[in-house]
Design a protein around this ligand. Structure first.
Ligand SMILES: [Zn+2]
Length: 255
């Protein structure tokens, strides 16, 4: 026991004194609402007032929101990233992303990436196609969270392909601009999925692993830090940003 604590203490000290890691955070949100969550999903609902405070904090800290298409343009040398980029992502495609989150972003001139489960679109509490189009026309990026939200690593090849391909084709055939990004349901991914994503013309995919991203990060295994419903307001939000940095440092140590 003592040994374990000793090793942990040394490791923490090492990580603390490592140089600042290069890279930007990608934040993972779900719903922005005061509505009571469904049982089992308590941590997923960030209240609008808390969310607005987080956006104001990011702006005060000098962050500029970008999309993952902006990121890929920079990877290919066709654009430069702002000094302090950050990506806000929203999983599952809840209706409040349009009615609550989108106006808060617009008021601040910020952008985001919204990942939708295509077979849930238009159902109760979920986004509708014209809402997706409105957000995309404004400059938000719309991505796929697959057709049915099944963890891809539990499926056979044919089913994986269908989930990845059909969600993209559905959105594009419904009049949206090209879909380039995917969010792995439940954060479940492996290196085989990258091949399918490349073949299906996706450029990026986000995981649920904490860390920071830079131009040399594998674009199919982008790191994200989960923003849960905060119990301690902005302090907890700052802790989440710090967590992304901590994991980035930790990875630089073990790689
Ligand atoms: Zn999800």
């Amino acid at each position: 026991m003592r040994l374990i604590f000793g090793v942990l203490a040394i490791l923490s000290a090492l990580i603390f004194f490592l140089p600042e890691p290069e890279g930007f955070p990608i934040l993972e949100y779900h719903q922005v609402t005061d509505a009571p969550p469904e049982p089992g999903f308590e941590v997923y609902n960030v209240p609008p007032a808390e969310f607005a405070a987080q956006l104001d904090y990011l702006q005060a800290q000098g962050y500029t929101t970008i999309t993952l298409q902006d990121f890929m343009r920079a990877v290919h040398g066709k654009a430069t990233l702002p000094e302090k980029p950050i990506v806000l992502t929203f999983d599952d495609g809840y209706e409040d992303n349009f009615s609550v989150m989108f106006p808060l972003l617009k008021a601040r001139g910020m952008t985001a990436v919204v990942y939708v489960i295509t077979n849930e679109l238009g159902k109760k509490n979920y986004l509708k196609l014209d809402e997706l189009k409105a957000m995309q026309n404004y400059g938000l990026e719309i991505g796929s969270h697959t057709a049915d939200h099944l963890p891809l690593t539990t499926l056979d090849k044919e089913m994986q392909l269908r989930q990845i391909r059909e969600s993209k084709i559905f959105l594009e055939w419904s009049g949206l601009k090209t879909i380039y990004s995917l969010s792995y349901p439940n954060g479940a991914f492996d290196s085989e999925l990258e091949k399918i994503l490349r073949e299906e013309n996706y450029l990026t995919a986000v995981t649920g692993e904490a860390g920071l991203n830079n131009l040399s990060t594998n674009p199919y295994e982008l790191y994200r830090v989960h923003i849960r419903k905060p119990r301690f307001g902005l302090t907890e939000f700052k802790f989440r940003l710090w967590k992304a940095k901590f994991f980035a440092k930790f990875r630089s140590l073990v790689n």
